[in-house]
Design a protein around this ligand. Structure first.
Ligand code: NDP
Length: 332
């Protein structure tokens, strides 16, 4: 038997409960069984845990879009019992039982070897949010390398700075020598954001309403986890030849922008998807996180909670009440 959160949708309404399951109940689709050590609560997990958006596609569902743990059984040629692995996305926690549990059975093709320098707890302190932040940073780095833009030659904007993607992005960019401007709706967190490496902090109100199609050129690059007017304004204020990595929709899924900054300033908008990203990109991102991430800053970004606590944390993350990252000790 193992503990798991299980989402059901009876007539009385959508609900999530902590339950005991039998290993025999794990999904038949999957050739690797994993004993999970840690999982996490990302924004998308918040949507699944609360039912605020139709993220979960079949019921009953074990939520959790990522996990880290140890292989206990494998019929996949790449994995053996005892291997330390992590998983992000691939519809796990949405259409296939996920990581907010003590056990999972998944396809071996979805697993990534835990980098040598990261513990399972480190990996889930980063989680999909941290891995996505690295995908954004890698996209910007490739762009800057091609354009000959050096770190420190201009400001880089990080929106949704108080959240998970934002916090990791600040730490990574500052560690690479960039001058990071953090945009947040929580100015009381300015000291925290500066401790991660932000050179300055602006209020998100400066970005979240309709703005002019072309604004003062400011950013050499942007990591945006917010979307909507914020992303439109970020594009409008990106410097000639600069780039934006867009990964999120915390403000909204719309993009009320104009083509002006694209056709008059040659800016580039990179779309970042973590869920179906090719394996080579995942491995590159995790390996880069292992090489470059400041572990003390990761500790400052992270709070640990237990499996039962993850239910309430789903509502908290959607309400913007979570600072940084939540790592879930599924055995606590
Ligand atoms: P968090 O909830 O941790 O962070 C989101 C942050 O966005 C909040 O902390 C808040 O920051 C800011 N925010 C919230 N509401 C608004 C609003 N109405 N207007 C402006 N800013 C707002 O989520 P994550 O960091 O885990 O994820 C961020 C986004 O990225 C989500 O939309 C998520 O779905 C998406 N995402 C996408 C992935 C992909 O594969 N493309 C993978 C991972 C995440 P503050 O309080 O500082 O203002």
């Amino acid at each position: 038997m193992f503990k798991a959160l299980v989402i059901t949708k009876p007539e009385a309404g959508y609900r999530c409960d902590l339950t005991e399951l039998d290993e025999a109940q794990l999904p038949a689709e999957g050739d690797v069984t994993v004993r999970i050590d840690y999982s996490t609560v990302n924004y998308k997990d918040g949507l699944a845990l609360t039912g605020k958006a139709p993220v979960v596609r079949s019921f009953p569902m074990v939520p959790g879009i990522d996990f880290a743990g140890t292989v206990t059984h494998s019929a996949h040629p790449k994995w053996n019992t005892g291997d330390r692995v992590l998983l992000n996305g691939y519809g796990v926690g949405e259409g296939h039982w996920g990581g907010l549990a003590q056990m999972a059975r998944v396809k071996g093709d979805w697993l990534v070897a835990l980098p040598a320098g990261l513990s399972a707890r480190d990996a889930m302190s980063l989680g999909t949010a941290g891995y996505t932040a690295m995908l954004c940073v890698l996209a910007l780095q490739r762009h800057w390398a091609a354009a000959g833009t050096a770190p420190g030659s201009g400001e880089v904007l990080v929106t949704g700075a108080g959240g998970g993607v934002g916090g990791v992005a600040i730490s990574l960019l500052a560690g690479l020598g960039h001058t990071v401007v953090a945009s947040t709706g929580r100015p009381q967190e300015a000291d925290y954001l500066k401790s991660l490496g932000a050179a300055s902090v602006i209020h998100r109100d400066e970005l979240n309403a309709a703005g002019k199609p072309l604004q003062k050129e400011r950013w050499i690059g942007v990591v945006d986890s917010v979307g909507s007017h914020t992303l439109a304004n970020a594009c409008a204020s990106t410097r000639y030849g600069g780039a934006i990595a867009a990964c999120g929709l915390a403000q909204g899924m719309d993009l009320p922008a104009s083509v002006a900054p694209f056709i008059l300033r040659g800016i580039t908008l990179y779309g970042i998807d973590s869920v179906m990203a090719p394996m080579a990109q995942r491995e590159a991102a995790w390996s880069a996180l292992d090489r470059t991430l400041d572990r003390a800053q990761l500790a400052a970004i992270t709070q640990e909670i237990g499996l039962q606590d993850a239910i309430a944390a789903g509502a908290d993350i959607l309400a913007g009440r979570v600072r940084g990252r939540l790592v879930v000790n599924v055995n606590a």
